[in-house]
Structure formats: structure tokens, C-alpha cells
Ligand binder design. Structure first.
Ligand SMILES: [Zn+2]
Length: 438
């Protein structure tokens, strides 16, 4: 492997068809039961919380299984003849869910009241918590922040020995039919796996009335040369500024000589907040008419809809930014960085479900999408980038609130956000050069 190579992981999704879909449901139920068992077991053993996942896994097995020496375990696993690889996948699911719960609980305990309220909005928005856990998504229904999940649903991950004959058209899975384990042949439809890729453990995920197979695919990525090398080679920098208006983001690309080569506004912010508002209205009117609380079960579908809206737009915006950067041969994307209390206040002012609020998610999607395209994402403190003209460096003296246009002392007129994006790209390069010469 050359030193300029890294890896990226993308989830490929296949439609799965088989003669016994009900066996997959039985398998899922068994898996959920085992995940929940180990989740509870870990939460009951505080002395294990500080260990790493591998040590926790071994300890949980010791507590629940007789082992080779046929001990009587302290808390025996209530299911027999569970294949070891199936059990291990479920234990890892339980550990991930418990760790996430503990870190959320710590955050809530530590935080002041405002932050606790923010966390609460997030929870309602999701209806249930969803968080990535290595190769899969886990959903756990929580009753209240700080209280352990009553049930956990975690897509079954098929470790090696739980599947065979795997291609982009077919897989044979080892599944539980309620009485015994069977090999079940399944047909797959979706795109082909890329060359040189490695398929990681697949999972079966129900989506509406379909069964899907999610497969994390590991691919080599070229060009991971670090920032320093890229700037020395005369790489292009794309400065990004997020806004709370119709533009989710504004981008300005500048080349090694500091010359701007491209500009783009990524619009759709007003459409997004309009969609969100319509769903929020439905939640409040449904809560009124049912006498239910807004976060009650009847409104779950609306919260899920909101969550999907947020993900859809965040994916779309980040995808458009990456495409733009690829078209203009960008090496580095630079995002504005702020002090955390500043971010908190600005986000609060912008409001949940606003275009600016979406930027948090766009940032994280940009990171992994950029990595796949061989682009580095960095952050530079935004201080000073909003107060001077990018063209001449003179202070901005006037701003029209409505058009977001500002004028500098020399009379240059420019969109305020574009001006900031330009300054950010320039600041990023200058800081690097100063570090090099100093
Ligand atoms: Zn100027």
C-alpha cells in the first residue's frame, strides 16, 4: 500500500427476496432479545464501564456463559444453542447501545438546563434514538433522557460463519425459524460491488414492506496527502459559509495565487424550513385534538418525517458541495469554526429546523463524503472573516439586512456570506504559510 492511500466505507443497499421472510423476522426477534439482555447486563455492572469494548465483551461472556469449564455463570443467557458469531454480534450491539446511553446520560447530568432542553428536542425529533454503531444503525426506544431503554431494535449483523455464497446477486444467511437454525438462500438486487473493495459484515434491515441487505463496503482512497503537501503543491481551497437564509451554504474556491476560481450558492433553505414548519403544525394540531403530548406515540410518524427531511436535505447539500468541489479540483474544504458558546447562542437564535441548524449535519456528512473523494475538510476560526472586505481588506461599513449585501470603505459591494467564505479560504492558506515561515 502506498503512503498516499487510505480507506473509505460506504453502505451498499440491496433489495432482498427469499422464500421465508418470516424466518428473518424470527431471527431479528431473537437478536433483539439478546442485545437487550447484554445491554441490561452491562448497565448492571458498573465496574465494566471503563473497559474497552473487547474487554467488556469477554467479561459479559464470562458472566453469562458456562465456558469450556462448564461453570455456572452468574447471570446465564436465557437462550440455548445460539451460534457464537450470532451471539457476539448481538453482544457488540448491546455494548454499543449501553455505551451510547451512558454517554448521553453523562452529558445530560453534566449539562446546564438549557443543554438538557436541547437534548430533549433531539430525542423527540428522533422519536427514538438512532446512532451509528460501527457498521450499522441501532434504534432504541427511550422513555426519558437518563432512563435506560425499554426495548432495543438493532438490525441483525451477520458476522462471518453466519453467511456464505455472497455476491451482489445472492447471499445465503444462517437464520432462526423459531425452532432451529437453517441456511436460507436470498436473491439480491442492487448495484455491483466495486473492484478492489472488501465487503464487511452485512445486516438485514426492514424498510417499509421491503427487506434490505445493508453491506458496508471498504474501498481504497487515493490522494490522502496531508494538508501541508497539498498547499505546497498549489492546491485549491474552498471556503464555506453557512447561512440561515435560502442559501444553506455559500462556497468560494481560491487557487494557490489567491485568485478566486469559482463561486456557488447552495439554495433550498427556505423550502426546507417551510416543509419542516408544515410538519410541526401537524404535530401541534394533532396533539391538541388527541389531547396527547406532542411527543406522544400518535405523533411519532411526524417526528420520523422531520428526521427524514433533515437527513434528505443534509445529504443533498453535502453532495452538491462535494460535486462542486470535484468539478473545480478542490484539495481542501475549510469550514468556519466558532467558540462553543457562540455556536450555541447562534443556533438557538436560528431555531431548530432552520437552514442554519442543518449545518451541523451537513458538516458531518461533508467530512466522510469529502474523504471518499480525496478532499480534506478542515476548520479555521472564523474570527475577523465577517468584518473586512475580501477584495481590499478594508472594514465593512454598511450592511443592508434584507439583501445581505455589504459595502466596504472603498465602495466594494458584496454578499456578506460570500465575503466571509472568501476570507475564510484566504485565512486558511495564510495561517498555513505563517506557520511554515515562522
Ligand atoms: Zn473592499
Amino acid at each position: 500500500m502506498s503512503s498516499n492511500q487510505g480507506y473509505s466505507i460506504t453502505t451498499y443497499r440491496f433489495r432482498l427476496r427469499c422464500s421465508h421472510p418470516e424466518w428473518l423476522i424470527r431471527t431479528q426477534e431473537l437478536y433483539d432479545g439478546i442485545v437487550k439482555f447484554y445491554y441490561d447486563l452491562l448497565l448492571a455492572h458498573e465496574e465494566l464501564w471503563g473497559l474497552n469494548s473487547q474487554e467488556i465483551l469477554r467479561s459479559l461472556e464470562f458472566l453469562s456463559l458456562p465456558g469450556k469449564e462448564k461453570r455456572s455463570p452468574q447471570t446465564p443467557l436465557p437462550w440455548e444453542d445460539v451460534p457464537p458469531y450470532f451471539r457476539r454480534a448481538a453482544i457488540n450491539g448491546g455494548i454499543a447501545a449501553a455505551k451510547s446511553f451512558l454517554s448521553r446520560k453523562r452529558a445530560v447530568d453534566d449539562a446546564d438546563r438549557n443543554e438538557a432542553e436541547d437534548a430533549d428536542t433531539d430525542r423527540k425529533a428522533d422519536g427514538f434514538d438512532a446512532y451509528p454503531s460501527g457498521e450499522k444503525w441501532i434504534f432504541s426506544r427511550v422513555s426519558r433522557a437518563g432512563i435506560p431503554a425499554e426495548e432495543i431494535h438493532s438490525a441483525v449483523v451477520y458476522y462471518s460463519r453466519m453467511y456464505r455464497d455472497f455476491s451482489s446477486e445472492h447471499i445465503t444467511l444462517k437464520v432462526w425459524d423459531g425452532e432451529k437454525w437453517n441456511w436460507l438462500g436470498c436473491r439480491l438486487s442492487g448495484r455491483d460491488f466495486p473492484q478492489n473493495a472488501r465487503m464487511l459484515s452485512p445486516s438485514v434491515v426492514p424498510e417499509g414492506s421491503f427487506l434490505m441487505l445493508h453491506v458496508p463496503v471498504r474501498e481504497p482512497v487515493e490522494n490522502i496527502s496531508p494538508v501541508k503537501k497539498r498547499l505546497e503543491d498549489g492546491g485549491n481551497i474552498c471556503g464555506i459559509q453557512f447561512t440561515n437564509g435560502d442559501a444553506f451554504a455559500v462556497a468560494s474556491i481560491c487557487d494557490a495565487n489567491g485568485k478566486e476560481t469559482a463561486v456557488k450558492f447552495f439554495n433550498g433553505g427556505l423550502e426546507y424550513s417551510h416543509h419542516c414548519r408544515k410538519v410541526l403544525d401537524k404535530i401541534s394540531s394533532s396533539a391538541d385534538s388527541l389531547g396527547d403530548s406532542p411527543e406522544g406515540l400518535a405523533n411519532r410518524k411526524y417526528w420520523v418525517h422531520l428526521k427524514h427531511l433533515r437527513e434528505h436535505y443534509a445529504h443533498q447539500v453535502s453532495r452538491e458541495i462535494i460535486r462542486f468541489c470535484e468539478e473545480h479540483h478542490t484539495d481542501i474544504i475549510v469550514l468556519p469554526k466558532y467558540k462553543s458558546d457562540y455556536t450555541r447562542n447562534v443556533m438557538k437564535g436560528a431555531g431548530k429546523w432552520s437552514p442554519l441548524d442543518l449545518s451541523t449535519r451537513v458538516r458531518s456528512y461533508l467530512r466522510y463524503k469529502a474523504w471518499k473523494s480525496g478532499i480534506i475538510v478542515m476548520e479555521t476560526y472564523a474570527g475577523g472573516t465577517g468584518t473586512v472586505c475580501a477584495k481590499c481588506g478594508q472594514p465593512l461599513i454598511e450592511e443592508s439586512g434584507k439583501s445581505k449585501e455589504c459595502i466596504c470603505r472603498m465602495g466594494h459591494r458584496v454578499n456578506r456570506y460570500l465575503n466571509t467564505a472568501r476570507n475564510l479560504a484566504v485565512k486558511c492558506r495564510r495561517q498555513f504559510q505563517e506557520r511554515e515561515s515562522g
